[in-house]
Design a protein around this ligand. Structure first.
Ligand code: SAM
Ligand code: SF4
Length: 356
């Protein structure tokens, strides 16, 4: 009989594996601030697939590829097609991966790349775009070239939306979405323009509360615009009705009453969803993190090199998940409610390293 799927210390199952394929990025969003260099000891494809295989055996059904900027990773398509044997098999009924998804800034998503990702077996793409004008895009992406560079990036991301749709990523089926981080005083004037842009393209926009990930972005609580405020501001122009948050999901979803699609908010600061969080993260150099806000992870390389040790890897990941007790966002909220410092309950690993 197959061993039982592990639950963590709060009774949460494992369901999602987020693989950061590179810590590098071609942008320098000030809320993320990637390193610019890879950590030493990057995993190779066989090692990454070994971790995915072990994670699937422990309950993972959704694989999300991220970074840094995952389109900088030259072996992306090979990794996706290499994960195909781990898919759920309708014929045998064997549990396996139900989806493979990608989060990207979209700047490198040409028509050919969108097609090759689709052909490799990618199911869903989420593209990040934090503004609807060149000036706001430049500021949010940390582009030195100002408005002209921002116009150029905006044009590339808008083209990427078209390329993805044409390659078969259907936004109507949830296969193409937009992420936007909104920070007060930086790009909150872009809320309505971004919603308008997404409505016109019938793509779901996911508005993300600015989070205190990493130690370099200078995050302050007053820079956060709550999901409730974002929704209020958008509903003034386009009334909304709630759909809800799917179990284990990060986003609360809403429907435009005029039929122009859906909107989602990720309220990790003001309405934490630690209670049913089922996500495990693996960095490009093979360190597993059980929380986006964790300070430390567990290095899985001892079971990946010099040779693969699938049984040891399975045991290490099973133990890691069983010992998991993270609920940082909830603890932050409780600390804030009690009047203690909301930030720096402990230091965090950086977002581009963890993969968001
Ligand atoms: N480079 C890709 C991208 O930007 O989509 C993938 C990696 S990025 C770290 C993944 C997601 O995390 C992006 O949607 C990004 O906007 C979001 N993100 C990064 N830093 C954040 C922060 N401090 N608060 C909220 N979201 C953040
Ligand atoms: Fe790069 Fe994504 Fe971080 Fe922006 S959010 S710097 S695009 S990794």
């Amino acid at each position: 009989m197959a061993p039982l799927l592990p639950l963590d210390r709060h009774g949460r199952p494992l369901g999602v594996l987020r693989l950061s394929l590179t810590a590098r990025c071609n942008l320098a969003c000030p809320y993320c601030l990637p390193d610019g260099v890879e950590p030493p000891g990057l995993l190779n494809r066989a090692q990454r697939l070994a971790v995915v295989r072990a994670a699937v055996a422990l309950g993972v059904r959704s694989l999300r590829l991220t970074g840094g900027e995952p389109l900088l990773h030259s072996g992306l398509e090979e990794l996706i097609s290499g994960a195909a044997p781990l898919r759920q098999s309708a014929a045998s009924g064997a549990a396996g991966l139900a989806e493979i998804a990608l989060t990207s800034n979209g700047s490198l998503l040409t028509a050919a790349r969108a097609r090759s990702l689709r052909e490799a077996g990618l199911d869903r793409i989420t593209l990040s775009l934090d503004g609807a004008t060149g000036a706001s895009v430049a500021a949010m992406a940390g582009l030195p070239g100002g408005t002209t560079a921002g116009d150029d990036l905006l044009a590339k991301v808008l083209a990427a939306i078209d390329h993805a749709r044409e390659a078969g990523f259907d936004p109507g089926k949830g296969a193409l979405k937009l992420n936007a981080v909104i920070a007060r005083g930086r790009n909150d004037d872009q809320l309505l323009p971004l919603a308008d842009l997404a409505r016109q393209r019938r793509v779901e926009l996911r508005l993300i509360e600015y989070m205190d990930v990493g130690n370099r972005n200078g995050w302050k609580p007053d820079q956060v615009i709550s999901a409730a405020e974002m929704l209020d501001r958008i509903a003034t122009s386009w009334p909304l009705e709630p759909i809800g948050r799917p179990g284990h999901g990060t986003a609360n979803r809403w429907r435009y009453r005029d039929g122009a699609g859906q909107l989602a908010v990720v309220a990790s600061i003001t309405a934490p969803f630690c209670g049913d969080c089922n996500r495990l993260r693996l960095t490009a150099d093979g360190v597993a993190y059980t929380c986006l806000f964790a300070a430390d992870g567990v290095d899985l390389k001892p079971w990946l090199q010099p040779s693969l040790d699938p049984e040891g890897l399975d045991r290490a990941m099973r133990n890691l998940w069983r010992q998991r007790r993270d609920r940082y966002s909830e603890e932050r909220s409780m600390a804030a409610a009690a009047g203690s410092a909301a930030k720096n309950i402990r230091a965090h690993a950086e977002m581009a390293y963890l993969g968001g």
